[in-house]
Design a protein around this ligand. Structure first.
Ligand code: ADP
Ligand code: MG
Length: 702
């Protein structure tokens, strides 16, 4: 057995590979560009890097390269190009130039753009992002060198998730540096955003999954009775991992290690067949790419183990859904975590100023956070009794809340960091105690030395939520810095900051909530506080269009006004199309599966009832009643399918926003009605007549 340290990063063109394969001056220019140096890469360097990258990739079996990018579908995209070329004499050779490394023109005209380009001017370009290292996805007969890239239209309009993220990262890093300078940190060279995304997922037997059109086509079930044993006992949570799942996890981890991704934790989650992987945190742009690589690698390896990976936010009704807790903080070039409370008062003043920036930003722009997690799948999760509600609030924990409430008395000498807790068991050592208890119900929570955003959906790219979080925080940091600076004439920095933070504590009262966010009382309270509440996806997406939000995004150079509109439209269109596909799949499964099964059940029951009636003179009223129920369900389902057909016709005739609101209103209601009827039928159909594997079987791994 090879040790993970020996193969970690083998498939990544990382610093080690670059150092080995690049001339020293090229290596230095490239790493300086990667680490935020001012100088842009010139094309001579690109040629040298391309040649080294090609040789490295070919030595690992790669035959192709691809610019790997993040269109606005939440997934990644790639168009493979062969290294193989033939020269004018017919001699085969392997070619890859600097030009090809820097830019590619995949066209990609069918990817969503929200109307920012029409097909006749559809050219799309991808451009190399050297800040995220190239990597190889190996296959049995070769492999592909993937080059992380941004995706732009012919006129430079961004069409992807990465470009706005990179801009938001720049926005916050610049402002964080300014605040650090204000606090007298002279030697700091850079600030980076650090991110770790905890990935929840379901694993289902592939054979069973394949027999369910809803799982195959939608990634979630649209019909199905609840299993007799779901998550009532919570006995799956942190249980011993099933050997088949563990074997899968080990292989997935090994593949991810080779791709430079360190998976730190793995465990069973609350729902049956639900699990979680958490990586070691890293720089935000890289963490985003790594999460995409993690999702696709996990999907690929699952197939090899006869398993199907489900990343949907709500694959099964009533059973818990999957999220992706997005942990984030800021780190400076001395390795300090800027959200780490400290025993030094000077550092704590600075810590509170960064914290204050986030509180102020969320107070003003929490609707953007809500918009960033609005997706068709996440709608079934947010607001359920398992995930944070659709209201964006911040949880700070007792210790910090206390600090903020007592700013009138001045700064505390010390903010409790992890203290020691004596267990009172004399043979065990003392352990570290957290400074914040864990309220699991808040969407945005301080967890000791970082924030955790819990509303991200499991299938989402974290680029969307991160872009909004970082933009909001960047604005808040700038605001706090400005306010401190404007007071500096009269007082010293600590007093100026104290003064500003007192205001911030007051101004952020509305979004701070320490109680149980699942409590219906909180919804009432949030309404009284005037917080934005959007339960449905289209309502939440419309928050992008609020003039203040648009001004923020364009003001901080994250997205232009035109891009915001396009982004909104892309998302809304995705919502309408996704629900329409789900309706079509539901219709198909009921028409071709459930309805014929009901008839077979009626036929069997009918002949049994006839026989029974011929043996007995009277009675059998309950049985006869049951037959009526079955016939009634069939009749009602037929009627509802007709309604569904007409509804789908109707929404196709409407403008985008109108069809979205029709879907949210009548459409989802109709789907619920159909599902109830179908599930009632399923509960009466004999096992050998069931058209689809039931929840009872799906939610068990053998
Ligand atoms: P918990 O959610 O219980 O706090 P961990 O402390 O293991 O669990 O952290 C969960 C995730 O948060 C991991 O992916 C971890 O790498 C990430 N994380 C930890 N510290 C930071 C940080 N300073 N910045 C960003 N992410 C972090
Ligand atoms: Mg966590």
């Amino acid at each position: 057995m090879e040790r993970p340290t020996s193969y970690f990063g083998r498939h990544v063109f990382n610093e080690k590979a670059m150092r080995e394969r690049l001339p020293k001056d090229v290596f230095e220019q490239l790493t300086s560009a990667i680490n935020g140096g001012q100088q842009k890469l010139d094309s001579r360097i690109a040629d040298v890097v391309a040649a080294a990258m090609k040789e490295w990739a070919i030595s690992l079996g790669a035959t192709h390269y691809a610019h790997w990018f993040h269109p606005r579908t939440e997934l990644t995209a790639e168009k493979h190009m062969a290294f193989l070329s033939v020269d004018e004499r017919g001699t085969p050779l392997e070619a890859f130039t600097g030009g090809e490394l820097i830019q590619s023109e995949p066209d990609a005209s069918s990817l969503p753009s929200g109307g920012t380009r029409s097909t006749f001017e559809a050219r799309g370009y991808t451009a190399w992002d050297p800040t995220s290292p190239a990597f190889i996805i190996p296959t049995e007969n070769g492999g592909t060198l993937c080059i992380p890239s941004v995706f732009l239209s012919w006129d430079g309009t961004p069409l992807d998730m990465k470009t706005p993220l990179l801009k938001a990262i720049t926005a916050i890093e610049e402002r964080a540096m300014r605040m650090l300078r204000l606090f007298g940190n002279r030697g700091i060279r850079w600030v980076k955003v650090t991110v770790g995304a905890e990935q929840e997922f379901f694993l289902i037997d592939e054979e069973l999954a394949r027999r369910r059109p809803d799982l195959v086509l939608c990634g979630r079930t649209v019909i199905g009775c609840l299993p007799p044993k779901g998550q009532q006992l919570e006995d799956h949570y942190f249980g011993a991992i099933h050997p088949r799942v563990l074997a899968y996890m080990e292989e997935a981890e090994q593949e991810l290690h080779k791709l430079g991704i360190a998976i730190k934790t793995r465990h069973d989650e609350v729902a049956p067949c639900q699990f979680e992987f958490a990586p070691q945190f890293t720089e935000a742009n890289l963490a985003t790419d790594q999460n995409q690589i993690t999702m696709s690698t996990m999907k690929r390896i699952a197939r090899c183990h006869g398993l199907r990976l489900l990343l949907h936010e709500k694959p099964f009704a009533v059973i818990n859904g999957s999220g992706k807790h997005t942990n984030f903080s800021l780190m400076d070039s001395d390795g300090h975590n800027l959200l780490e409370p400290s025993t030094s008062q000077r550092r704590n003043v600075q810590f509170l100023a960064f914290l204050g920036g986030l509180l102020l930003g969320v107070s003003k722009y929490s609707s953007l956070l809500r918009a960033s997690v609005a997706s068709p799948g996440n709608m079934y999760r947010l607001g359920g009794n398992e995930a944070p509600p659709a209201i964006m609030s911040v949880y700070l924990g007792n210790a910090l809340t206390d600090v903020l409430n007592r700013l009138e008395e001045g700064f505390p000498d010390e903010i409790p960091t992890k203290g020691l807790m004596d267990l009172g068991l004399n043979k065990l050592p003392s352990i570290k105690k957290e400074n914040s208890d864990r309220n699991r119900t808040a969407p945005l929570a301080f967890t000791g030395n970082k924030f955790e955003f819990r509303a991200t959906g499991a299938s989402q790219s974290i680029a969307g939520p991160l872009t909004m979080l970082l933009t909001i925080w960047a604005w808040g940091i700038e605001e706090v810095t400005n306010r401190i600076e404007s007071r500096l004439g009269n007082t010293d920095i600590a007093d100026a900051t104290l003064d500003v933070l007192r205001d911030v504590a007051k101004e952020s009262m509305a979004i701070r909530f320490e109680g149980n966010c699942y409590d219906p009382e909180w919804h009432e309270e949030a309404r009284r506080r005037g917080l934005p509440i959007a339960n449905a996806t289209p309502e939440a997406l419309a928050y992008y269009l609020i003039p203040e939000n648009r001004d923020l995004l364009s003001g901080l150079n994250v997205m232009t006004d035109r891009e915001i509109t396009a982004y909104y439209e892309t998302r809304l269109e995705q919502y309408v199309k996704t629900v329409d596909i789900e309706m079509a799949v539901m219709d198909d499964m009921i028409r071709h599966g459930i309805l014929p099964s009901i008839s077979r059940q009626i036929t069997q029951e009918g002949s049994a009832l006839e026989k029974a009636a011929s043996l007995l003179d009277d009675g059998l009223e309950t049985w006869k009643g049951h037959m009526k129920t079955l016939c009634g369900i069939k009749e009602a389902l037929l009627q509802k399918l007709e309604e569904l057909k007409n509804f789908r016709k109707k929404i196709k005739m409407e403008e985008l926003e109108d069809s979205a609101s029709l879907i949210t209103g009548d459409g989802l209601k109709l789907m619920n009605e159909i599902r109830s009827l179908s599930d009632a039928a399923e509960s009466w159909i004999a096992d050998d007549l069931q058209p689809f594997p039931p929840y009872r079987d799906l939610l068990v791994i053998h």
